[in-house]
Design a protein around this ligand. Structure first.
Ligand code: FDA
Length: 403
């Protein structure tokens, strides 16, 4: 039997993801009648798959500098009013065990399910009604009787719903198999808002055919690197995959990368490679360059570099120029990716609803105060490390206090 929802509520939230659930809970506790609609068969699918199944739910040192947006100031107000400590305190109250992985990054110790269960429990306590497998067919602005404020009428696969406030929390385009859709951008356009071009962020790189042939046998090898592009630099692990390059360093820099650009990779950050090579030449002239490399890098990577650059020589065979060349290759490996894996595997979508159209305090559309956009659908994208969920919580909380 098809569930029917012909009714009038105060707030409809479209999207039962991180931002939508947070908004629904906040509005529900204010006494608002809240209905959450999602076309997926389960709520919070991305929460479940996040952080490798352990949900990196926030970053203790999240600041506006950790976000990309055409207006870098937009996120300040919401992030200030709902901090990582607010969310962590909630997690603690629910008795969820968590740990700090790399400094600031908080992960569930057991499973991401704990975070989703917490949000769903709070939804229940706040009286929020969640309906899944519900397609939104149309959204219309209406003028409610005896009120100057505009409301909304939604035609859905489960019936017609009327509401005073409408919150769009339908996320971005990444991982279409998890329910991602351009719904939010289309609604924004329908209501005359500007939508900035979107592209995949926090996505692994694919490589040009020659590089791929050389590097794909290294699939599974990981090492700490520093990757640079223009003025951006990330010192984190890099992972070779059978398609190209991934790992936190590559995911981070991918959000800044444009087709045709070179990445500059330092395979031995914090190491004065030239000084060490000179020392090896002096102390161990009969040793091979590969011996040095295997003390510094995973063995398979060291062997690949030796073959690729023809470094199968001893230190006494190395001129100063050769040592400089080796240093350059290790400290400033220039590589031009073929592309990224795109939305299929990207963690986030860059771009989206132009923040110029929204109030930074409430996430409401400036000239349509009952319409809200929150979470990933908005042109605010975090670095890797829990910043994206922090934006979902903070923007959801901001809208939930107003909707
Ligand atoms: P989100 O995408 O979560 O939710 C949108 C909801 O809207 C979905 O439930 C969807 O089904 C629904 N929807 C879409 N279109 C609809 C339509 N037409 N009709 C009805 N409903 C519709 N971040 C982080 O901080 N720490 C982490 O550990 C990770 N890890 C991670 C791993 C992977 C694999 C991915 C893909 C992403 C992450 N992220 C992350 C990013 C994080 O998941 C993301 O930023 C938030 O989920 C965004 O929350 P939203 O609520 O805005 O969208």
């Amino acid at each position: 039997m098809v569930d029917s929802i012909n009714k009038v509520v105060d707030v409809v939230v479209i999207g039962a993801g991180a931002a939508g659930l947070m908004c629904a809970i906040t509005a529900g506790y204010r006494g608002r009648r809240v209905l959450v609609l999602d076309h997926a068969n389960k709520p919070g699918k991305k929460i479940l798959m996040s952080g490798g199944g352990r949900c990196n739910f926030t970053h203790l040192h999240s600041t506006p500098a950790n976000y990309l947006s055409a207006n870098p100031h937009f996120c300040i107000s919401a992030l200030k009013r709902y901090t990582p400590y607010h969310f962590t305190e909630w997690v603690e109250r629910h008795g969820i065990e968590y740990h700090e992985k790399t400094p600031g990054q908080l992960f569930c110790t057991e499973s991401s399910k704990a975070i989703l269960n917490m949000l769903l429990t709070e939804c229940e306590w706040a009286g929020v009604d969640i309906r899944l497998k519900c397609s939104i067919e149309s959204v219309q602005a209406i003028h409610a009787k005896q009120s100057a404020r505009t409301g909304f009428k939604l035609s859905t696969s489960m019936g017609v719903v009327q509401c005073e406030s409408l919150v769009i929390a339908s996320g971005g385009l990444s991982i279409p198999t998890m329910g991602a859709s351009p719904f939010g951008y289309k609604i924004a356009e329908q209501f005359g808002l500007n939508v900035l071009p979107t592209r995949a962020g926090l996505a692994p790189f694919t490589l040009q055919p020659d590089d791929l042939a050389r590097l794909s046998p290294l699939s599974g090898v990981s090492c700490p690197v520093e990757v640079k592009l223009n003025c951006h630099a990330f010192k984190e692990p890099m992972l070779f995959t059978h398609r190209g390059l991934s790992g936190p360093a590559m995911l981070q820099i991918s959000s800044f990368w444009l087709p045709g650009q070179n990445l500059h990779i330092d395979l031995l950050p914090d190491t004065d490679v030239l000084a060490e090579l000179k020392e090896w030449r002096q102390q161990s002239p009969n040793k091979r360059v590969e011996s040095y490399l295997t003390t510094k890098l995973p063995k398979r990577l060291a062997q690949t570099l030796v073959e690729w650059h023809q470094w199968d020589i001893t230190f006494q065979q190395c001129s100063n120029q050769r040592l400089n060349e080796i240093t350059q290759a290790l400290k400033n490996w220039k590589i031009k990716p073929n592309g990224t894996e795109g939305y299929r595997t990207a963690e986030v979508t860059l771009g989206g609803v132009d923040t110029d159209c929204l109030s930074s305090k409430t996430m409401a559309v400036k000239d349509q105060p009952n319409l809200f956009f929150i979470g990933e659908v908005v042109d605010v994208t975090g670095h890797l490390g829990g910043h994206n969920f922090q934006w979902a919580w903070a923007s959801g909380f901001a809208a939930g206090n107003e909707a």
